[in-house]
Design a protein around this ligand. Structure first.
Ligand SMILES: C[S@@+](CC[C@H](N)C(=O)[O-])C[C@H]1O[C@@H](n2cnc3c(N)ncnc32)[C@H](O)[C@@H]1O
Length: 538
């Protein structure tokens, strides 16, 4: 032991020092779960416990380990390993990143259910190595393919790392989100166009009764809520069981309705649109729909092609937040609402949205800020997301049409590998989650070409067609891959389908990384893991 470590040893009042190996044995015994030396290294690497000494002579303080396993993160690690198995690789939890980092710059330009975090992509694409990733798989200048591109996370991270990338997605709107993230903009032009639309929207609003109506409604709601849902008293009473939320909420919801309808009458607000089943008619109150039409007509007139795309995306994000739904059903729409309602999320009576102005302004400012941030990191590389079915797409001819320089690159140097998260069996309908955007932009829907959609379920037939679908995608992509390619697929393989998929695609699984997924957007925040399969040519 060095002098330095000796003095720390003393100052910690006989705290015990352990080598990494001893620490892993001790922690395995202490937690009753397998803790490997790599797990201990990870705790050191991310500052969870201190490292004493250097190089071959590294120690950790036993008390630090005890503190960690008693902390929230430590307890979670142990309980998740209990449920998901000791091979869970905690280094891939990325728990050290704040939400603002996992949704950094363009990654939060538009909501999208089912995206992976940029740090996961970065981990496998970049040139670091550690105890878990012992090899560098990709280098600057390489071409990366993501045949299930979704909202473009791989494309953006490839750009940051100086790599070219090609995405493919069967959903036209997902391809639009991806391309908007990596396009280069004249930000002054974007700002001017947004400002022009905002002025027009405000003019339109000033001629309608909506603003006055909403002001009076908000005033009435504030008075009502202060009286019947005082904070924090109301929530405390709920907690102590003095108030039954369902009954009380329904009663007060009913009590407010006459006030609401009086205001609707007073300001002659038309709530509903026609009877049509189309999404925009069904899910928007009439005043909101009128504003959407106004803004969309202005967007169509924008001359600069890229500006038009990003402003369209802002409009889409805006209208997504303005659907006539309760606050708690935003993610999973149930029934459109046209009146005030008791909101269990906020513990008071809330109202639907009558104008898009607030969200339009918020998202416009946010988008410009995010585009500026990404501009500072951007490298001079090519990325594009093509709309198509990855089982059958002819990559070269599509690229020749849309991005000829990238087509030439693929022909001359081939694609180094794939980083992708395929859809899981029967979990999400990717077109349906953006039904409002398909209606607004009139994009062609190709739901029937989605592999493993929710609407096909998770039964035997669905699983078989999933295996068939993913393996066909890999076979099609293989044509464009270099011989020593690396394929990384992030999947929640609860039916153990990937060994068969690899076999059918003429690939072999050479490694598996089991990753805990901590920050899920879904309501269920329980223990959940996904596997990153590493495949190579057979
Ligand atoms: C799990 S998501 C990918 C999310 C992405 N990694 C991200 O971070 O945004 C899977 C995607 O595969 C797409 N997809 C489904 N079937 C497809 C097919 N046959 N060809 C191409 N893409 C398909 C879906 O539309 C969806 O966007």
């Amino acid at each position: 032991m060095t002098e330095k470590t000796n003095s720390l040893f003393d100052s910690r009042n006989r705290a015990e020092l352990l080598t990494i190996k001893k620490a892993s044995e001790w922690a395995t015994h202490y937690t009753g779960r397998k803790v490997t030396p790599s797990n201990i290294s990870y705790l050191i690497q991310y500052g969870r416990i201190k490292k004493i000494g250097e190089n071959g002579n590294v120690f950790v303080v036993k008390q630090d380990l005890i503190d960690y396993y008693h902390s929230f993160n430590g307890k979670r690690e142990v309980s998740w390993k209990d449920k998901l198995g000791d091979d869970l690789n905690w280094a891939l939890s990325f728990e050290q990143y704040k939400e603002s980092e996992t949704t950094k710059h363009v990654h939060r330009l538009h909501p999208y259910k089912g995206k992976f975090i940029p740090q996961l992509v970065e981990y496998f694409l970049d040139s670091h190595i550690d105890d878990f990733k012992k090899e560098i798989f990709f280098r600057a200048g390489d071409i990366i393919l993501d045949p299930f591109c979704g909202s473009g996370t791989t494309l953006v991270q490839a750009n940051e790392l100086g790599m070219h990338a090609i995405g493919i997605d069967v959903s036209a709107f997902n391809a639009m989100i991806s391309n908007c993230k990596i396009l280069k903009y004249d930000l002054i032009d974007v700002k001017n166009e947004i400002d022009h639309i905002t002025v027009e929207l405000k003019k339109f609003l000033s001629k309608s009764h909506t603003i006055k109506f909403e002001e009076e409604l908000i005033q009435a709601l504030n008075e009502f809520n202060t009286k019947y849902f005082p904070t924090p008293e109301y929530k405390l009473k709920l907690r102590d069981g003095e108030i039954l939320e369902e009954e009380y909420g329904a009663e007060k919801e009913k009590a407010f309705l006459p006030i609401y309808f009086n205001l609707i009458e007073k300001y002659k607000i038309k709530l509903k649109q026609g009877e049509s089943k189309n999404f925009l008619n069904r899910w928007y109150l009439n005043p909101v729909r009128e504003e959407i039409e106004l803004v969309f007509n202005l967007v169509k007139k924008i001359k600069n092609h890229n500006t038009k795309k990003i402003v369209s995306l802002i409009l889409s994000r805006t209208i997504r937040s303005c659907r006539a739904t309760t606050h708690s059903d935003l993610a999973t729409l149930k029934e459109p609402i046209t009146t005030t309602y008791y909101c269990s999320k906020h513990g008071k009576v809330c109202k639907p949205l009558f104008s898009i102005l607030k969200w339009w302004q918020t998202y416009s400012n946010d988008t410009i800020k995010r585009l500026y941030e990404f501009d500072k990191l951007r490298t001079k590389t090519y990325q594009i997301c093509l709309t198509g079915d990855s089982r059958t797409i002819d990559l070269i001819s599509e690229l020749e049409l849309k991005q000829p320089s990238l087509a030439d690159l693929v022909k001359s140097k081939k694609i180094s590998g794939i980083f992708s998260s395929p859809p899981y069996v029967g979990l999400i309908d990717y077109h349906e989650q953006h039904a409002y955007a398909y209606d607004l932009f009139g994009f062609k829907r190709q739901d029937e070409l989605e592999i493993g959609p929710l609407f096909k379920g998770q039964g035997k037939e669905a699983r078989n067609s999933y295996v068939e679908g993913i393996s066909r995608v890999l076979l099609n992509c293989k044509k464009y891959l270099a011989d020593d390619y690396n394929v990384f697929l992030v999947a929640n393989d609860k039916y153990n389908l990937y060994p068969t998929i690899a076999e059918k695609a003429g690939m072999k699984i050479v490694n598996q990384y089991k990753r805990p997924v901590l920050n899920r957007t879904e309501k269920d925040k329980g223990a959940y893991a996904e596997i990153i399969f590493h495949l190579k040519d057979k």
